[in-house]
Design a protein around this ligand. Sequence first.
Ligand SMILES: Nc1ncnc2c1ncn2[C@@H]1O[C@H](COP(=O)(O)OP(=O)(O)OP(=O)(O)O)[C@@H](O)[C@H]1O
Ligand SMILES: [Mg+2]
Length: 510
Amino acid sequence: MNKEIFVELKNVRKVFGEVVALDNVNFSVRKGEIRGLLGENGAGKSTLMNILYGLYRPDKGQIFIEGKEVKIRSPFDSIKLGIGMVHQVSTLVPEFTAVENIILGTPEDKLTLPLRKESNRIEKMAEELGFEFPLNVKVRELPAGIKQKIEIVRALYRGAKLLILDEPTTSLVESEFQQLLKSLKMLVKKGVTVIFITHKIREVMEACDSVTVLRRGKVQGTLERKEMSKESLVKLMFMEKEIKVNESALPKVELPEVEKSKEPVCIIKNIEVEASEKTPGLKNVSFEVHGGEIFGIASVSGNGEKELAEAMIKPSILKSGDIIINGESIKGLPTLNVFSKGVFYTPEDRIKEGILPDGSIKENVLLGHHAEERFLKRNIFIDWEEVRKASEMVVKDYNVFTPNVEIAIRKLSGGNIQKVIIGRAFVNPIDFLVTHNPTSGLDISTVEFIFEKLVEIRNKGGAILWINEDLDELMILSDRIGVIHKGELKGIFNRDEFDKYKIGLLMIGG
Ligand SMILES: Nc1ncnc2c1ncn2[C@@H]1O[C@H](COP(=O)(O)OP(=O)(O)OP(=O)(O)O)[C@@H](O)[C@H]1O
Ligand SMILES: [Mg+2]
């Protein structure tokens, strides 16, 4: 391996208010390697890379590229230095096509180049990486996995020699992860250096040549491939924290026998959602979810699972068919009325759909609960003291890393925002929960906590429709799994029939 250092950060410190996000961090990466940057939620991974990318200025510290000290004041500087970053949350302009997004903001004078020619070049770059995406469709409607590919191509188009991927697998399923891995290996062969941010040990073991572990803003250590093991990584990541290590580095949860309700809580009857260029929609999908049951939906992202989640709370998108909850059809109802039928929902894209970014943690916890007696004084005034108590409970139970509950929620790390939103949904007893990728982007101890919550709801007789990108997780916790491919329900498996190979095969249309 080429031992030459491509980038080096020295003694970097960054403080946000009372939070020391980075404390004297030293970090260097060799040319042409895939370096993992591992740590739990709030460890400082994004902050460190945002500094390298010029989005944040460090309070202290230096950056060297190929041995030369550089000042990076904005992404414009870093792009010129050959640094590209794909963020945790998509930064594409929704109203623009892939081609427009990729060419947009390119430092050189590319905008004067013939669009057709650049289109061809982009298509070829994508092809070489094994990526497939529509070039001329507005990216607004594209699934997260596709948007990410567009962002990677954009970084390379801008001439990135170092590609930073911030939690790239959050919205990918296993097969897409393997595909991404292949593409990264191809890039590395061409001399590109990759920094791969994740909090999943398994991904580091599969993808990285070396790994640096951050914890609470400090570097815990850097391991070479041959030194990596589940145990060594878990230790660095969590240190004194008690953590259960098991075979797959996934939480273990008991799923006791409980009696299912006689009548289904939710009946989905021959539902259809219009297909379009970007999605297969849904074709004649039918199944039932009973009380006391976790019904998992497995699919490769972009196969209609997004539409299924949407239809559950916005039944007006149904072209035909019906959804019946507790004996009543919700067909045509506006979302608010669906919620009042006792459906709880946690969306996939929490940043976009789930929060008031400028609101405090407290205000965000109250969201959707504001009409509940428990949070009201004399039936009309918000009882902020109660809200504060509930918020502090969420912060404590879900291990949200924040100085207090008054802080604007947008200031939290991505993972910590998710914890607040999940915690908010579980503030009250739940009868029917529809949840889309509730654990994505969370560290293992929080995933475990959410698993326990789901099981608790189920054991108390609640029904759960769990649309999830991670098949391993689904297999741990579901009573049944339905597989969706190209908008069709391809099969339903009972727990005693779970077989990763068979389910995986159906997911890819086999
Ligand atoms: N703009 C900001 N304002 C205030 N605090 C911030 C800001 N950005 C990050 N922080 C805080 O700095 C710490 C590190 O956050 P960072 O986003 O770097 O973590 P992370 O390792 O990327 O976590 P995650 O896995 O959840 O994305 C967190 O406590 C976070 O709340
Ligand atoms: Mg982050």
